[in-house]
Ligand binder design. Structure first.
Ligand code: GLU
Length: 484
């Protein structure tokens, strides 16, 4: 029998990290086993669901590359079937009408809270057929409740192993509310059966629903699906992941410059591990490696810094043409001068710049931001960098820059030659190479950290680098005057 799994989001919010992880696990398993991945939108809660949220969920899934084979089915369209299932159980005596008024239950809750759970069945059983007929005739509102059978419900959870619930701990759940609308548990069971789902994989916050759903499947004579409950996702503080921890909607990550492949990689490792130290996987590799046996029971922790690191690793694996395309587009959007310079520079030189920026980039936009000083004439000096490497001794820094300018004017513009020249100059001046490199870096990029300085010089090109050194000297002259 081939695997049929489903993802069943409620469109009462965006596709959030937890939902996306559950969707991904289902998709991975379906793809790995050649099964079918069904998408079902659980929109029976008309008030809280909205078409915009459905759209956002579909978009989020498309962005992550999670294509579905069937659906999206809309749960609300199955209400007729849900009702028919409830009425069948009523007919067969496996469910009963509950005429208890809400006021009655509220009173009981005050007076005898221990009986609240047992009360509806007691009241229904105490009702004679004639009394029930009279109530129905009078149009008295009623809910339909499932008569939970005695015994124990046991299933072998594909993640948690054997799991047991004494049926005595389960209340007679409502199947149809007094207004005739089906409840979540009924709708899910009815739909899972209709869609021939044979493995229900979902967050373990649903674990207490599972015995109810198993009992309902059994009562309806459905084949009971397997269940796999995947662990919750916690924030770095150990609390359940929520808006407090920053972005939780998948769509936000797309805007932050996270690559879909990196997000999928990151989500896969929230609750699953490959059994080795490897951490970077493409989607195809994940499909190949994923297995339920390696899904953890323990909750997973969402670490945004790890996501950024992983994104950097995925960026580094992208073809350079794709990176250039992104950088060009980002520059065109926000920085016309840099965009023009990038066009004039040509692909090969721009690639030279982008390549040295890649190892430090965490999100795609870092590349465009950090490419700007290589392209624009104007430079912004970072105050912290100035304080650290220029302001302490402006005269010395200016002297070093002047010497570097003279030396570099005569140096072939290659990394090895530039390095040799700089180190020779440092020796000549009786200082460590760092004394030259630090003020030079501030002059070139306005920053205290950067890729290797010789790579920076080459990527920047002789003309701009020398202009920057001259501009740096002017700045330093200003600092000396202000300090004097
Ligand atoms: N619609 C439910 C939810 O969003 C999922 C139900 C299920 O997976 O069984 O939590």
């Amino acid at each position: 029998m081939s695997l049929r799994v489903r993802f069943a989001p409620s469109p009462t919010g965006y596709l959030h990290v937890g939902g996306a992880r559950t969707a991904l696990f289902n998709w991975l398993l379906a793809r790995r086993e050649g099964g079918t991945f069904v998408l079902r939108i659980e929109d029976t809660d008309r008030e809280r669901s909205s078409p915009a949220m459905v759209e956002a969920i579909l978009e989020g899934m498309a962005w992550l590359g999670l294509d579905w084979d069937e659906g999206p089915w809309h749960q609300a369209e199955g209400v007729g079937r849900h009702r028919a299932d409830a009425l069948r159980l009523l007919d067969e005596g496996k469910a009963y009408r509950d005429f208890t008024r809400p006021e009655e239950l509220a009173r009981l809750r005050e007076e005898d809270p221990d009986r609240v759970i047992a009360y509806p069945r007691e009241a229904a059983d105490a009702l004679s057929e004639e009394e029930e007929a009279r109530l129905l005739e009078a149009g008295a509102p009623f809910a339909i409740r499932f008569r939970v059978p005695p015994g124990e419900t046991v299933w072998v959870d594909r993640v948690h192993g054997e799991t047991r619930f004494p049926n005595g701990s389960i209340e007679d759940l409502v199947l149809l509310r007094t207004d005739g609308t089906p409840t979540y548990n009924l709708a899910v069971v009815s739909d899972d059966a209709a869609m021939r789902i044979n493995l229900v994989m979902r967050g373990d916050d649903h674990i207490s629903n599972t015995p109810k759903q198993i009992l309902l499947h059994e009562a309806l004579g459905n084949p009971v699906p397997d269940f796999a409950h995947v662990p919750m996702i916690l924030g770095p503080d150990g609390k359940r992941l929520s808006k407090r921890h920053g972005a939780t909607a998948i769509g936000d990550y797309a805007h932050f410059g996270i690559l879909p492949g990196a997000m999928a990689n990151f989500l896969a490792l929230l609750g699953w591990s490959p059994g080795t130290d490897e951490e970077i996987f493409t989607r195809e590799e994940l499909v190949e490696r994923f297995s339920l046996e390696r899904v953890h029971r323990k909750s997973a922790v969402f670490d945004p810094r790890k996501l950024e690191w992983m994104n950097g690793e995925h960026i580094a694996r992208l073809p350079i043409e794709q990176l250039l395309e992104h950088v060009r587009a980002a520059l065109e959007e926000g920085y016309p001068e840099a965009a023009r310079a990038a066009r004039e520079l040509g692909s090969e030189r721009l690639a030279g710049v982008v390549r040295i920026l890649v190892p430090r980039a965490r999100v795609l936009d870092d590349l465009a931001d950090r490419a700007r000083p290589f392209l624009e004439r104007r430079i912004a000096y970072h105050p912290e960098a100035v304080r650290k490497h220029w302001a302490k001794d402006p005269a010395a820094a200016a002297g070093h820059l002047e010497a570097l300018e003279r030396t570099f004017e005569e140096t072939p513009w290659r990394e090895d030659a530039l390095e040799e020249a700089l180190r020779g100059l440092a020796a000549e001046r009786g200082v460590g190479a760092g004394k030259l490199i630090h003020p030079l870096r501030v002059a070139l990029l306005g920053e205290a950290v950067s890729p290797g300085i010789f790579e920076v010089l080459v990527a920047m090109g002789r003309e701009l680098a020398l202009a920057r050194i001259r501009a740096g000297r002017e700045q330093l002259a200003g600092l000396e005057r202000d300090g004097a």
